[in-house]
Design a binder for this molecule. Structure first.
Ligand SMILES: [Zn+2]
Length: 211
Protein backbone atom coordinates (compact mmCIF):
# COMPACT_ATOMS: atom_id res chain seq x y z
CA UNK A 1 0.00 0.00 0.00
CA UNK A 2 1.20 3.50 -0.70
CA UNK A 3 -0.66 6.73 -0.36
CA UNK A 4 -0.42 10.20 -1.76
CA UNK A 5 -0.73 13.69 -0.32
CA UNK A 6 -2.25 16.55 -2.27
CA UNK A 7 -1.30 20.18 -1.61
CA UNK A 8 -2.66 23.26 -3.30
CA UNK A 9 -3.34 26.85 -2.34
CA UNK A 10 -6.93 28.08 -2.02
CA UNK A 11 -8.23 28.90 -5.49
CA UNK A 12 -5.83 26.57 -7.34
CA UNK A 13 -8.47 23.98 -8.24
CA UNK A 14 -7.33 21.35 -5.76
CA UNK A 15 -10.88 20.06 -5.18
CA UNK A 16 -11.37 19.38 -8.88
CA UNK A 17 -8.03 17.60 -9.19
CA UNK A 18 -8.69 15.57 -6.04
CA UNK A 19 -11.93 14.31 -7.55
CA UNK A 20 -10.23 13.36 -10.83
CA UNK A 21 -7.35 11.58 -9.09
CA UNK A 22 -9.84 9.56 -7.09
CA UNK A 23 -11.74 8.61 -10.25
CA UNK A 24 -8.60 7.66 -12.16
CA UNK A 25 -6.65 5.85 -9.45
CA UNK A 26 -9.41 4.53 -7.22
CA UNK A 27 -7.61 5.95 -4.18
CA UNK A 28 -10.26 7.28 -1.80
CA UNK A 29 -9.92 10.87 -0.64
CA UNK A 30 -9.17 11.18 3.06
CA UNK A 31 -10.05 14.57 4.42
CA UNK A 32 -9.26 14.87 8.11
CA UNK A 33 -11.82 17.66 8.49
CA UNK A 34 -14.60 15.43 7.14
CA UNK A 35 -13.40 12.50 9.24
CA UNK A 36 -13.42 14.58 12.40
CA UNK A 37 -16.95 15.84 11.73
CA UNK A 38 -18.12 12.28 11.00
CA UNK A 39 -16.50 10.86 14.16
CA UNK A 40 -18.04 13.62 16.28
CA UNK A 41 -21.48 13.02 14.72
CA UNK A 42 -21.17 9.24 15.24
CA UNK A 43 -20.10 9.82 18.88
CA UNK A 44 -17.24 7.31 18.62
CA UNK A 45 -14.67 7.27 21.44
CA UNK A 46 -12.26 9.23 19.27
CA UNK A 47 -15.05 11.52 18.13
CA UNK A 48 -16.06 12.33 21.70
CA UNK A 49 -12.44 12.99 22.64
CA UNK A 50 -12.10 15.32 19.64
CA UNK A 51 -15.33 17.09 20.53
CA UNK A 52 -14.09 17.96 24.02
CA UNK A 53 -11.17 19.87 22.47
CA UNK A 54 -13.35 21.51 19.83
CA UNK A 55 -15.91 22.59 22.45
CA UNK A 56 -13.10 24.16 24.47
CA UNK A 57 -12.01 26.08 21.37
CA UNK A 58 -8.76 24.14 21.15
CA UNK A 59 -7.06 22.42 18.24
CA UNK A 60 -7.69 18.69 18.11
CA UNK A 61 -4.37 17.04 19.10
CA UNK A 62 -2.43 15.19 16.43
CA UNK A 63 -2.75 11.86 18.28
CA UNK A 64 -6.52 11.98 17.81
CA UNK A 65 -6.30 12.79 14.12
CA UNK A 66 -3.68 10.08 13.62
CA UNK A 67 -5.92 7.60 15.45
CA UNK A 68 -8.76 8.48 13.05
CA UNK A 69 -6.50 8.00 10.05
CA UNK A 70 -5.21 4.71 11.40
CA UNK A 71 -8.79 3.41 11.58
CA UNK A 72 -9.72 4.83 8.19
CA UNK A 73 -6.85 3.18 6.30
CA UNK A 74 -7.90 -0.24 7.59
CA UNK A 75 -11.10 0.01 5.53
CA UNK A 76 -11.39 -2.20 2.44
CA UNK A 77 -11.37 0.69 -0.02
CA UNK A 78 -8.00 1.86 1.35
CA UNK A 79 -6.07 -1.33 0.61
CA UNK A 80 -4.21 0.28 -2.31
CA UNK A 81 -3.64 3.47 -0.36
CA UNK A 82 -5.47 6.77 0.01
CA UNK A 83 -5.17 10.37 -1.06
CA UNK A 84 -4.73 12.77 1.85
CA UNK A 85 -6.32 16.17 1.48
CA UNK A 86 -5.75 18.88 4.07
CA UNK A 87 -3.26 16.76 6.01
CA UNK A 88 -0.48 16.86 7.11
CA UNK A 89 -0.19 20.56 7.93
CA UNK A 90 2.93 20.38 10.10
CA UNK A 91 6.17 18.40 10.20
CA UNK A 92 5.23 16.56 13.44
CA UNK A 93 2.04 15.46 11.64
CA UNK A 94 4.07 14.33 8.61
CA UNK A 95 6.36 12.35 10.93
CA UNK A 96 3.42 10.74 12.68
CA UNK A 97 1.78 9.92 9.36
CA UNK A 98 5.00 8.31 8.11
CA UNK A 99 4.81 5.85 11.00
CA UNK A 100 1.40 4.52 10.01
CA UNK A 101 1.30 4.89 6.22
CA UNK A 102 3.78 4.92 3.36
CA UNK A 103 3.60 8.11 1.31
CA UNK A 104 4.85 7.52 -2.22
CA UNK A 105 4.00 10.90 -3.77
CA UNK A 106 3.34 14.37 -2.47
CA UNK A 107 1.79 16.44 -5.24
CA UNK A 108 1.71 20.22 -4.93
CA UNK A 109 -0.44 22.15 -7.37
CA UNK A 110 1.52 25.36 -7.89
CA UNK A 111 -0.05 28.60 -9.08
CA UNK A 112 1.60 32.02 -8.72
CA UNK A 113 -0.15 34.14 -6.08
CA UNK A 114 -0.96 36.94 -8.51
CA UNK A 115 -2.73 34.50 -10.82
CA UNK A 116 -4.87 33.22 -7.95
CA UNK A 117 -5.74 36.77 -6.96
CA UNK A 118 -6.73 37.41 -10.57
CA UNK A 119 -8.89 34.28 -10.71
CA UNK A 120 -10.65 34.82 -7.40
CA UNK A 121 -11.01 38.57 -7.36
CA UNK A 122 -12.52 38.83 -10.81
CA UNK A 123 -15.45 36.59 -9.90
CA UNK A 124 -18.98 37.88 -9.71
CA UNK A 125 -22.42 36.30 -9.81
CA UNK A 126 -25.82 37.36 -11.01
CA UNK A 127 -27.93 38.30 -7.99
CA UNK A 128 -31.06 36.94 -9.64
CA UNK A 129 -30.13 33.69 -11.39
CA UNK A 130 -26.70 32.99 -9.78
CA UNK A 131 -24.90 32.74 -13.14
CA UNK A 132 -21.13 33.02 -12.51
CA UNK A 133 -18.93 35.46 -14.43
CA UNK A 134 -15.35 36.69 -14.36
CA UNK A 135 -14.00 40.13 -15.29
CA UNK A 136 -11.24 38.75 -17.53
CA UNK A 137 -12.05 35.12 -18.31
CA UNK A 138 -15.82 35.05 -18.64
CA UNK A 139 -17.45 38.48 -18.73
CA UNK A 140 -21.09 39.07 -19.62
CA UNK A 141 -21.61 39.63 -23.37
CA UNK A 142 -23.11 43.05 -22.70
CA UNK A 143 -21.46 44.94 -19.89
CA UNK A 144 -23.56 45.00 -16.74
CA UNK A 145 -26.32 42.73 -18.10
CA UNK A 146 -26.64 39.03 -17.20
CA UNK A 147 -26.53 36.77 -20.28
CA UNK A 148 -28.97 34.30 -18.78
CA UNK A 149 -31.68 36.48 -17.28
CA UNK A 150 -30.91 40.08 -18.36
CA UNK A 151 -30.63 41.15 -14.74
CA UNK A 152 -28.43 44.13 -13.91
CA UNK A 153 -28.05 43.03 -10.30
CA UNK A 154 -24.59 41.49 -9.61
CA UNK A 155 -22.84 40.37 -6.45
CA UNK A 156 -19.20 40.09 -5.43
CA UNK A 157 -18.11 38.23 -2.30
CA UNK A 158 -16.57 40.56 0.26
CA UNK A 159 -13.78 38.11 1.11
CA UNK A 160 -12.80 37.83 -2.55
CA UNK A 161 -10.76 41.03 -2.38
CA UNK A 162 -7.03 40.98 -3.10
CA UNK A 163 -5.83 41.63 0.47
CA UNK A 164 -7.89 38.79 1.94
CA UNK A 165 -6.81 36.37 -0.78
CA UNK A 166 -3.13 37.33 -0.38
CA UNK A 167 -3.38 36.81 3.39
CA UNK A 168 -4.86 33.34 2.86
CA UNK A 169 -2.10 32.52 0.37
CA UNK A 170 0.65 33.72 2.66
CA UNK A 171 -0.70 31.51 5.48
CA UNK A 172 -0.75 28.60 3.03
CA UNK A 173 2.87 29.15 1.97
CA UNK A 174 4.05 29.50 5.55
CA UNK A 175 2.43 26.20 6.41
CA UNK A 176 3.35 24.29 3.27
CA UNK A 177 6.93 25.29 2.50
CA UNK A 178 8.55 23.44 5.45
CA UNK A 179 6.51 20.35 4.50
CA UNK A 180 7.55 20.65 0.86
CA UNK A 181 11.20 20.67 1.98
CA UNK A 182 10.64 17.76 4.36
CA UNK A 183 9.05 15.60 1.67
CA UNK A 184 11.55 16.72 -0.95
CA UNK A 185 14.38 15.48 1.26
CA UNK A 186 12.66 12.10 1.22
CA UNK A 187 12.43 12.15 -2.58
CA UNK A 188 8.64 12.09 -2.83
CA UNK A 189 7.79 15.73 -3.53
CA UNK A 190 6.47 16.74 -6.96
CA UNK A 191 5.36 20.23 -7.99
CA UNK A 192 2.82 20.55 -10.79
CA UNK A 193 2.20 23.72 -12.79
CA UNK A 194 -1.40 24.51 -11.89
CA UNK A 195 -1.65 27.59 -14.07
CA UNK A 196 -3.03 25.67 -17.05
CA UNK A 197 -6.29 24.04 -18.05
CA UNK A 198 -7.76 21.35 -15.83
CA UNK A 199 -7.18 18.26 -18.07
CA UNK A 200 -3.49 19.14 -18.58
CA UNK A 201 -2.93 19.40 -14.85
CA UNK A 202 -4.70 16.08 -14.25
CA UNK A 203 -2.63 14.41 -16.95
CA UNK A 204 0.63 15.66 -15.38
CA UNK A 205 -0.42 14.40 -11.97
CA UNK A 206 -1.33 10.97 -13.34
CA UNK A 207 2.05 10.74 -15.09
CA UNK A 208 3.84 11.53 -11.84
CA UNK A 209 1.84 8.90 -9.99
CA UNK A 210 2.98 6.06 -12.26
CA UNK A 211 6.66 7.01 -11.77
ZN1 LIG B 1 -28.91 36.31 -14.24
Amino acid sequence: MSSIVLFGPPGAGKGTQAQRITEETGLPQVSTGDMLRAAVAAKTTTGLAAKSFMDAGQLVPDEIIIALIEQRIKDDDAKKGVMYDGFPRTIPQAEALAKIDQISHVIAIEVPDERIVERICGRYTCGDCSAVYHDSFNPTSKEGICDSCQSTNFKRRADDNADTVLARLSAYHEQTSPLATWYDERGVFFGVDGDRNIPDITSDILHILVK
